[in-house]
Design a protein around this ligand. Structure first.
Ligand code: SF4
Length: 318
């Protein structure tokens, strides 16, 4: 039996659904029931009738699915698939930071552990971080974590001085820097720049675009669905894309005639690529690795995620 047939058989036996993040390996994206960004996948997780959710992504995303769907069994094919950005602040560090500024409001990017979310007032995505910060009383101090690029972007956009920013970052940022972005923009003067404001890897590009590294009229900040829609109607032969390289698979399928050029082809998340077909089969066979979240922590984390979903546009999620 091929691995694809085995996945299909086990999925039916377990009444399972497979969710895959856009940055997964192409073969995982192709076999998934749904592929999307982390918010879209959380919504799918909450809406599904399946008993088992196999989350092909990184651990904090699978944890969010469990937090929003506590009654379902959530599996991740390799629990070691972490996130360097989520790892850049621990619950203990955040608790210490909060103790120094007891009146501050804590805003955390979704790339955080459940324990950090439980200590957070409002979570945010790259798409709604500005709206979330603007919803907070201008006289209240804000602790923004863990992404320093998103924090700098929000500070610039809101003009707020009373934001303290945690110095965290995603290792994939190293692949999308100002120099290379400017060089690519000059080498392809007619190419639009798509930025996918999902996950930490594109946050440096959001910040750099705002600094004028690329002419503003060429910059398009797009959700997954927006990016695919735009790709279908794209007139330019070349499009620069600032995102983790996994997203290129869907773009190239949507518009085979267009050359989608990653701003840096090394912008690859090693954690995302830890989910392989073999591990997916094993996960379904052995019902592992199960993602669990302490119910008390999950309750507090859910409140900060639900506030995020209520405020502004957290991204189309599609
Ligand atoms: S691309 Fe960066 S922020 Fe996204 S999961 Fe990987 S390490 Fe985390």
């Amino acid at each position: 039996m091929s691995w694809k047939d085995e996945v299909a058989t086990l999925k039916a036996e377990r009444n399972a659904v497979i969710l895959a993040h856009n940055y997964q390996l192409p073969e995982i994206q192709d076999i998934a029931d749904y592929t999307g960004d982390s918010l879209a996948l959380s919504r799918q997780a909450a809406a599904t009738d399946a008993d088992v959710i196999v989350f092909c992504g990184v651990h904090f995303m699978a944890e969010s699915a469990k937090i929003l769907s506590p009654g379902k069994t959530v599996l991740i094919p390799d629990e070691r698939a972490g996130c360097s950005l989520a790892d850049s602040i621990t619950a203990e560090q955040l608790a210490e930071w909060k103790a120094q500024y007891p009146d501050a409001v804590v805003v955390s990017y979704v790339n955080t552990t459940a324990e950090v979310k439980a200590l957070t007032d409002i979570c945010c995505t790259s798409s709604n971080a500005v709206d979330v910060v603007e919803s907070i009383d201008p006289d209240r101090e804000i602790l923004f974590c863990p992404d320093q690029f998103l924090g700098a972007h929000v500070k610039r956009e809101t003009g707020r001085e009373n934001i303290r920013i945690w110095p965290g970052e995603c290792h994939v940022h190293a692949g999308i820097n100002g120099k290379e972005l400017a060089e690519q923009a000059q080498a392809h003067p007619d190419a639009p720049l798509y930025i996918h404001p999902e996950c930490g890897c594109a946050n440096s590009a959001i910040y750099l675009a705002g600094e004028g590294v690329v002419e503003p009229e060429r910059v398009h900040m797009l959700s997954t669905g927006g990016m695919l829609d735009r790709a279908h109607g794209e007139q330019s032969g070349t499009v620069l894309v600032a995102t983790e390289t996994g997203m290129l698979h869907q773009l190239q399928q949507a518009a085979p005639e267009t050359n989608f050029k990653p701003v840096n082809p090394r912008a690859e998340c090693r954690y995302m690529k830890m989910i392989t077909p073999e591990k997916l089969v094993e996960s379904l066979r052995q019902m592992r690795d199960e993602v669990t979240v302490d119910p008390e922590i999950a309750g507090k984390a859910r409140a900060s995620l639900e506030r995020m979903i209520e405020l502004g546009n957290p991204g189309s999620g599609e």
